[in-house]
Structure formats: structure tokens, C-alpha cells
Design a protein around this ligand. Sequence first.
Ligand SMILES: Cc1cc2nc3c(=O)[nH]c(=O)nc-3n(C[C@H](O)[C@H](O)[C@H](O)COP(=O)(O)OP(=O)(O)OC[C@H]3O[C@@H](n4cnc5c(N)ncnc54)[C@H](O)[C@@H]3O)c2cc1C
Length: 415
Amino acid sequence: MDFEVTYTEEQQRFRREVRTWLEANVAPSVQRTPTSPEDNYQRYLELRALGRKLGAKGWLYPTAPAKYGGGGLDVDHAIILEEEVDRLDLSLPPYYDSGGRLGSASILVWGTEEQRQTFLPPIYRGEVRTWQLLTEPGAGSDLAGVRTTTAVRDGDQYVIKGQKIFVGSDNGTDRIWMIVCTDPKGRRHENLSWFMIDANLPGITMQPMELMGTGGEGGTDSGVKQTVFFDDVRVPALALVGGENKGWTVATTHLELEHGGGGRIGRSRVWDRLLRYCQGTKRDGVPLSQQPDVRDSLADIYIKTEITRLFGLRNFYLTYARKPKSYEGPQLSYYRKTAGLWMTGAILDAVGPAALTTDPTWGSPAGFLETQQRNGIVSVHPGGTTDIQRVQMARRIGIGRSTREKAGTVHGAEA
Ligand SMILES: Cc1cc2nc3c(=O)[nH]c(=O)nc-3n(C[C@H](O)[C@H](O)[C@H](O)COP(=O)(O)OP(=O)(O)OC[C@H]3O[C@@H](n4cnc5c(N)ncnc54)[C@H](O)[C@@H]3O)c2cc1C
């Protein structure tokens, strides 16, 4: 068996085209760590502008159908594009747009043609960004327990009220992709519905929550979360995706991707910087990277970051080449989260208290190690905790259930 990855001449030409375009269109300054809230907002605007440029080329959502404004690229070209974006320490989209990513996939599978034509092009072209609102004060891991936020039909509108918590990011959003209860007396799994709504409607208010992580895969999320209140918010009936009380079916698509099923292309953002730091920082006159105990830790950290990268690549390939999948999504998510948490201890052991400070005189550059310490802990929670990934995996490999649970559908019939 030959494991070597090879590229055709045409694919190599595409890589050169992408690299040249990115060099011309991505200012090196967008890779900076923001130094103030104003700078954070400024950087966000720069990333949104880059997103619109990528969207105009169909490169913001490369595998999405071209007829709705996506790239229509096959999996090999999409991997090349994602790898080139990753070289610049960015991801696609280059800003937090998880409601766009997961909501658009769900609309492709479960939405009507009118909903696809209305909601998808602005997402794929980078004209809007979307947050996903699932968690409530009484429903986190137990998503089927959503009850606090309700929607009631009133003529050709729905009226939404209630509260979501731990959601979104900072710098605001244009759209909201949310799950609500549409039948408070209904049976579990038969009482929920999804809506894609305008975030600027009257009756929506947001209250920022300062959390300890900077969160987010690929550094796209600042870590600020919101509590969002809905006070009799009127939305058009068109906003209901997948049918009233059919929300648990739609959730199978959303959760398959959120639980790692879509994979991820890219290196560990921490590894390269950690290696450079250990090569350039001395203890007792000897670089950390030459201390036997630190070398052991670095080797173990490298192995785990590589396994995470390869699981991500495998899942991306399986999904966008439309191959069968089962436990691979939660396996990636579980491994990434537990490896990230383990790494906080390994890095602390290897470099000592310098991992805990943002002080530039003896900490790591831009405090990246201190950020890793917080993120390694926080990342265990969003998108399904480690416990939930374990439950999902068990159901799919046949532990504890007589019938193996299937992976959720993530492709519409049209593409
Ligand atoms: C940084 C961050 C970003 C987030 N972003 C979003 C967002 O954008 N949108 C959104 O909707 N939500 C978001 N969340 C919320 C996140 O989805 C929830 O925190 C998560 O689902 C867990 O829910 P919970 O906090 O209510 O904990 P709980 O569900 O109360 O869980 C508490 C503990 O019990 C364990 N547990 C629960 N059920 C089981 C079970 N069946 N078996 C074994 N153990 C179990 C959990 O693993 C956990 O350790 C975010 C959270 C964080 C921290």
C-alpha cells in the first residue's frame, strides 16, 4: 500500500494560483494578536473584508454548491485551498462563523429551495456572519431538553421568546441559527424546531460574558460569549427550517458536523511556536529543547498534535469525498479535546511557570503559552463535552445499544 500523497499537474497549478492570490490579498498584519479591544475590532473588520474577497472567488466555502454561491470544489482542491490558508495561520472562514458553517449545511439538507436561495448566498459570499444559538440555562449537553426558548406561530410569523447562554462571540452578528421549543407539551425529540433569523430584529438583546478561554478552533473566536434574550421577537415563517417540531431530525446534520464529522485541515497553532520557544529559551545555559525531560515531552506533544491533524484530515476527506462515516466525528472531537487538556500539563511541566504568565520579560511571545493553558481547559466544553463525544462514539461502535447509531447526513441531494 502506498501512503504517499501525490498531486496532479493541475492540482499543483491550483496550489500556485491560491498561494499567489493569498500573498496578494492577505496582509501579514491580520495574523497579529490584538493588543486592545479596539485593535480586536479592527482586526475583525479586516478578516471580514478578507472573507468577502474569498467569497467572491467561491473560496470562503469551497465545497458548497456553486449555484448558491459556494466554490463547488472537489475534496482535493478544497484540501489544497485549506492547506494554503492554514499556512497563514488562518482558517476558512477566517472569522468565527459557526452558525454559517453548520446552519448552511443543515439548510442544504433540510431546507426548501426558497430557503436555500434566500439564506445560502449571503453566507457563502461572506456578506453575513452567523452565530449558532443552542445552549440554554437548563439545556447544554442535553440539547433535546431545550425549553427555555419557545416559538409560537401567529399567522405568517413566529413569535420567539426566551434566553440562550454561552453563545456566539464578540463584535456582533448579522444572523442567528437557533433551536427552540415549538411544542412545550410535546414528546421529547418531537417538540423542537430550527430558525435562521436576522440578528438585528426588535426584541433581541445581548449581554457579553467574559470567559477564561480565547476559545475557538483555529483562533477564530475571541472567547467572549453572550447571553441572548428574545423578547417577543417576530420572525417570518420562512425562517423555520425543516418543518415545525422536526428540529431533532435537522439537529442530526448540525451535530454531526459540530461533533467533528466535517473534519478540519491544519496544523496545531501551538506546536510551531512551542518548538521555537523551546529552541530559543535556555535553562541553566542549555536550550529547553536540548533538556532530556523537555525533549521527551516535546516528542509526546508532537505525536498528539499530529494524530489530531490526521484525524481532522481524514474526516474532512471522508465527508467531502462523500464516503461512509460512523464514529470518526466524535473520535476526532474526543481526541482533540483530551489531547489539548493533557497538553496543558505537559507544557507546564516542560517550560515551568513561564507557561502561566503574559509578562513579556519572562513569558512566551504574546503570551501564547498562557493562552494555551486556558484554552486547553475551556475547549473541553463547546460543541459537545468529552463525555458527550464518548457517548456518541459508544453508540456508533455498538457499545450499549443493540442497533448502531448512524452518522448524521451532511449533504443535500442537489450538490
Ligand atoms: C468557549 C465556549 C463556547 C461555546 N459556544 C457556544 C455557542 O456558540 N453556541 C451554543 O449554543 N453553545 C455554546 N457553548 C455552550 C456549550 O455547548 C455547553 O457548555 C456544552 O454543551 C455543555 O453544556 P453545559 O455547560 O450546560 O454543561 P452540562 O450539560 O450541564 O454538563 C456538565 C457536566 O456533565 C457532563 N454530562 C452531561 N451529560 C452527560 C451524559 N449524558 N453522560 C456523561 N456526562 C454528562 C458533561 O460532560 C459536563 O462535564 C459554548 C461553551 C463554551 C465553554
